[in-house]
Ligand binder design. Structure first.
Ligand code: PPS
Length: 331
């Protein structure tokens, strides 16, 4: 008889059994709730994390040391992180990697070009060797501003780009994403199963509103350090946004670059349609086990209209008004 082999679950589903004792002790003191994908979410410093990510958060808070020229791409999940990574990688590396058919994005998913601090580099108790990274180093993070490693917050040279998105689209995107990562033999979440959790803030790196607000305030107080973008604006006026971003990052487009049409070339290279159609994004996987195609679903503004009832939409809009009212930020 053939022996039954239990497949190893992808890394994003590996949980408590493999945890170091110190982390087990920490989570034993934290409030917890049922998770969307991982079995539980834990509340740490005001935000919710699956346990494996929480280990990475604490590890990078303890060990990461920034360089003066580091650039951090910050987002709450499903705000357009993959797009932002593609854009900033292409912008800042355009001298070494001109926008041609040999560009790294043709053979690598954006998540493999700009690593997450807490989900990739410092996850699983790792201490990554960052010595060979080219300058400026690019990192991404879903960490809220107040939970960034202290040296990052204190280093006046480090630049942060934040991308936010309408919470209704974030919710719909996250609902699809987490369901797409569920093993085939497990039940998917209905939209009702997770709607209330999202509204209460019990979601990956949520509450979304608190996340956005922390970075919004920083961008108002320190505009030379924190650049705040909206997914919807990048869709509507991509040229203006990417020129602003290039200026903020200290690599504005030269006259020659403008004349050669480089802005449009970069936008085309990083467009949803182009990236989604690449072989690497159709059939590749991240080292943590997620299929690359899970990061490219529809890539539009307002897809929530196809999924949310009027009542659900009003509820999320009400929370946005209540939480962001008076801040000057409209999402
Ligand atoms: N290039 C480009 N342009 C526009 N939109 C894009 C692009 N790449 C990814 N997407 C859409 O972004 C959503 C995924 O969000 P994230 O990249 O933040 O996901 S993650 O946090 O990294 O898991 C997800 O949104 P939805 O389509 O609404 O689900 C992706 O389709």
């Amino acid at each position: 008889m053939p022996s039954e082999i239990t497949p190893t679950p992808p890394k994003y589903l590996q949980e408590e059994e493999t945890l170091p004792l110190e982390l087990k002790n920490i989570i034993s003191t934290l409030p917890k709730e049922k998770g969307w994908l991982a079995s539980r979410l834990y509340l740490y410093q005001g935000f919710w994390y699956p346990v494996r990510h929480l280990g990475g958060v604490i590890n990078c808070q303890n060990l990461f040391r920034p360089n003066e020229t580091d650039i951090f791409l910050s987002t709450t999940p499903k705000s357009g992180t993959t797009w932002l990574k593609a854009l900033v990688f292409t912008l800042t590396n355009r001298k070494t990697h001109p926008v041609t058919k040999n560009h790294p994005l043709i053979t690598k998913n954006p998540h493999d070009l700009v690593p997450f601090l807490e989900i990739k580099l410092f996850v699983d108790n790792q201490v990554p060797d960052l010595s060979s990274l080219a300058s400026p180093r690019l990192f991404s993070t879903h960490l809220p501003f107040n939970s960034l490693p202290e040296p990052v917050k204190l280093n006046p040279g480090c630049k942060i780009v934040y991308l936010c998105r309408n919470p209704k689209d974030i919710f719909v995107s996250l609902w699809h994403f987490t369901n797409s990562l569920k093993p085939q033999d497990t039940k998917t979440n209905s939209i009702e199963d997770v709607f209330d959790m999202f509204c209460r803030g019990v979601t990956l790196f949520g509450p979304v509103w608190d996340h956005v607000l922390e970075y919004w305030k920083q961008s108002q107080e320190k505009p030379d350090r924190v650049y705040f973008l909206k997914f919807e604006d990048v869709k509507e006026k991509p040229g203006e946004c990417i020129r602003g971003l290039a200026g903020f990052l200290g690599c504005p487009f030269s006259e020659g670059e403008e004349e050669s049409g480089l802005v449009d070339d970069i936008l085309r290279m990083c467009s949803f349609e182009h990236l989604r159609a690449l072989e690497i994004n159709k059939n590749g996987k991240l080292s943590s086990g997620e299929e690359n195609k899970a990061f490219f679903r529809r890539g539009v503004v307002g897809d929530w209209k196809n999924y949310l009832s009027d009542e659900m939409a009003d509820k999320i809009d009400g929370i946005s008004k209540e939480k962001l009212g008076g801040s000057g930020l409209i999402v």
